[in-house]
Ligand binder design. Structure first.
Ligand code: F0G
Length: 458
């Protein structure tokens, strides 16, 4: 029998979590307009809403906080982070930001003009919204296999290189101020992107004179998948793979709330000094001075430590096995999932589980509400609520290819028995889906509606 994976840490401090009754949850959910973003965290038993900023910091990170230098300009903590950025990511210039979307906003404000296009394998919601807010067009060009939840392929997050080439040819490189790729591909079920694909993407962008940036939130998990799955990479260390990945790019935007395992923070890193100057202007306007960027000195210290811990191979081995365990437990409980599982989350295939609920009635939202009602588990819809959009020409609404519910796993927080409980709850829901109805929106803002919308059962 294979030796099961173990957590490469032990627990030093605990935070109680609270069970509620089904009657309580019914009231709580109704008060929240069926929107799990609006539920107080105290009323959630297992919170799989996001892996972002929800990780447990290590004893080393907590002690690093005490080293924080809170000087406005030139804090020692800035230089500590600068050293980690150069050491791990390999970029000479960087600015800290309050989180990932701050990085998107200052980079895009320096580059993107109305009418321009920004290609990506697939944009995350805030990345897409930041391009749109500047009058730009975010364009998703992931490989078609990403849309197949059953295809057992190693790198379903890859950029479709032929589609990218065709898109640049059609639009013209002068209308593309920056090209992206997102690792891992969060909006495509957390699927990894291969080193070969990152290299080839860089080659296409660079041949057309387009700067190439990586949306690098989950760069360490992506590197682990490259080491495990990509021919010729098994003998390389994760650190070497990370260096090779970033060597392809002109820079990156990074939410440190994921693989740098901190509760808040982000950064933009780059090679060009001229771009650094332009981004710095935006940073001072919107985030803060160039050596703190909207963070406290102590946050910079925790990120510096977390960047190194995030690429630890024993940690990554556990991390990916832990996530896979949830996927296997769900399948055993009769719940259809997107396969293979990604690094940070398991995605339930709500479209397949609830074929009787049409995309316009948000099967993922209905399923997420039921997971909460059944067992106090909080998840998030990644489907039509998040990504459907109206045709600007007045035609039919475009729906994303899959209706998914994401179970994102905070780093170093939940044990395997927490995950087994979640699978149990999902199994219960899956056994009684015929009676489940869809939902309709009662109110919603135009941009990023999933955070603030209210619903009622159809
Ligand atoms: N890019 C990707 C791929 C992301 O997954 C996120 C955040 C961001 C950018 C923005 O970073 O939250 O620090 O501003 N994703 C979180 C999630 C919110 O739940 O997947 P941020």
């Amino acid at each position: 029998m294979p030796i099961p994976f173990v957590e490469p840490f032990r627990i030093k401090m605990v935070e109680p979590i609270r069970r509620t009754t089904r009657e309580e949850r019914e009231r709580i959910l109704a008060r929240a307009g069926l929107n799990l973003f609006k539920i107080p965290a105290e009323d959630v038993l297992i919170d799989l809403l996001t892996d972002s900023g929800t990780g447990a910091m290590s004893d080393r990170q907590w002690s690093a906080l005490l080293r924080g230098d809170e000087s406005y300009a030139g804090a020692r903590s800035f230089y500590a982070l600068q050293e980690a950025v150069r050491d791990v990511l390999g970029f000479p210039y960087f600015v800290p930001t309050h989180q990932g979307r701050g990085a998107e906003s200052v980079l895009f404000a320096a580059l993107v003009r109305p009418g321009q296009a920004v290609p990506n394998n697939r944009h995350f919601d805030t990345t897409q919204a930041n391009v749109l807010a500047l009058g730009g067009h975010p364009v998703d060009l992931v490989v078609p296999e990403a849309g197949d939840p059953a295809a057992d392929l190693p790198f379903k997050g890859d950029m479709d290189l032929a589609a990218l080439e065709a898109f640049i040819g059609r639009v013209g490189p002068e209308r593309i101020p920056v090209g992206l790729t997102t690792i891992t591909n969060n909006s495509a079920a957390g699927q990894p992107v291969s080193l070969a694909n990152i290299r080839a993407t860089a080659e296409v962008y660079h041949r057309h004179g387009i700067p190439f940036f990586i949306d690098a939130c989950r760069f360490a998990e992506n590197a682990w998948f490259i080491k495990q799955r990509e021919p010729g990479c098994a003998a390389k260390s994760v650190r070497e793979i990370v260096a090779e990945v970033f060597a392809c790019a002109d820079g990156c935007i990074l939410s440190a709330k994921k693989d740098a395992i901190v509760n808040i923070g982000g950064l933009v890193a780059m090679r060009s000094e001229a771009l650094y100057q332009r981004v710095s202007q935006q940073l001072i306007l919107h985030e803060g001075f160039i050596t703190y960027g909207g963070l406290a000195g102590r946050d910079l210290e925790a990120i510096a430590e977390g960047l190194r811990e995030g690429i630890d191979e024993e940690y990554l081995r556990y991390r990916v096995a832990h996530t896979r365990h949830l996927g296997q437990a769900l399948v055993a409980a009769g719940v259809p999932i997107y396969e293979p599982t990604g690094g940070h989350a398991v995605y339930i295939d709500a479209g397949r589980l609830l074929p009787h609920i049409p995309p316009a009635q948000f099967p993922g939202v209905a399923l997420a509400a039921m997971l909460y009602l059944e067992g106090g588990v909080r998840t998030v819809e990644i489907g039509s609520l998040m990504f459907a959009h109206d045709d600007p020409a007045g035609g039919e609404t475009h729906h994303p290819p899959l209706e998914l519910v994401r179970l994102a796993i905070p780093r170093r927080v939940y044990t395997r028995s927490h995950l087994d409980y979640v699978a149990e709850v999902a199994g219960q829901v899956a056994r009684h889906v015929e009676a489940l109805r869809g939902v309709r929106i009662t109110q919603a803002p135009a941009l990023l509606r999933h955070f603030l919308a209210d619903f009622e059962w159809v």
